[in-house]
Write a protein that binds this ligand. Sequence first.
Ligand SMILES: Cc1ncc(COP(=O)(O)O)c(C=O)c1O
Length: 436
Amino acid sequence: MSEQLAIYGGTPSVDVSKVAPWPPVNEIDEKLVLETLRGRVQTRGEQNLAFEKEFREWNGNDFALFTNSGTAALHMCLVGCGIGAGDHVLVTAYSWSSSATCILHHDAIPIFVDIDPETFLMDPDKIEAAITPRTKAIIVVQLHGLCNDMDKINAIAKKHNLKVIEDACQAHGAMYKGKKAGTLGDCAAFSFNQNKCLSCGEGGMFVTNSQEIFDQAAKLWSFGETARPEQRRDYHAYALGWMYRNNEITAAYGRAQLSKYDFYFNTLRNNGEYLLKNLAGTPNLMLPYEPEWATHNWYNFNLRVDFAKMGVTDPAEQVKFRDAVAAALCDEGIVASVWQRFILPEMTVFAAKNAYGMGYPWSIPGADEGVDYSLEKFPNALEYSRKHISIVHTLRAPNGLDIAEQVRQGIAKVFNNLDKIDPEKIQAIVEARRKK
Ligand SMILES: Cc1ncc(COP(=O)(O)O)c(C=O)c1O
């Protein structure tokens, strides 16, 4: 195989014509979706109820509600846990925006905690220092499909009487000491958007084992009504609610995908393990780490460029170089991307402290005390945002070890040729393609 990088005209390492798209759809999906489409009920009906039951049983939860997004399910978690205006909620400094905007939507205030440099998750040793008298909950993001050290976090939460909300949007099937994500705190949110390991196009699931949390959260889900899905509605808004329900066709698709999930999970696990084992020792490549407590689902398989070893210290130069490496990997036929360029405290919605205007909720008297979004408080999150590259769809089922081996070759080729990565030249190539 040519060692010339594909971005400079060499042969790509991955034969993309052999890579199956994500998610795989077959006769199981077609049958369930078409049957539902041809049936009479397209809103809240037996497909929703069946999907909730099957998900509950598969994941090990007592209660589940199917929603139209993971963000909706996260918002329901806040309400279920009784979070109110001016309360503080701890959340990792590095995640998807809605891991923290869900807090603002309920008029509470996010308090960011820096990440651990090896797991990329909230650093449990920094949690206690971030707790204020107003803190009511911790949102634990099981990021990239890796569970946090939940024993440690739950012990801190218990000591300070805090609720624990899992953002398990990326963590279907991921485990902590053999227990599944979504069963590790008071309640949890999953996402089923197309990128996720379990997808139905768009959607989410709210789960909990607490009747009380479930009843509270369910009010937000459907216009503030209290009738259970299987009960007759009285169309009375008892509380402030949104419309977070999903439809029957999407539920049918979700059920079909869930029925195949164990195969998806095992395939991705094998591919992730293969890369971990066979890329060890590649120059200037930092591989992800699976702590002893965790079973990763490899939602994102994250590479990092070892800038410390390379002696690249300027943050702007690091970003330029990393982007060029990601572009080179893409040309090798690998779906490689920078998952999040910005850490949460640097996003304007938080930094400007003006979510709903008039400075609310920070302007609630006393609520701003102990709130500090200065970026120097989050050095690990900032560093990670500059050096990581995520490998996503190419490793997903039904793509097996043959494709994983081609991905390995592509990553090895790029990292063995880092001296040939010329950020200016690669940027010009990418720009020229965009203009075409
Ligand atoms: C960590 C995390 N939290 C929340 C979400 C929101 O999920 P959704 O897009 O289904 O609203 C996502 C995905 O987009 C996510 O990756």
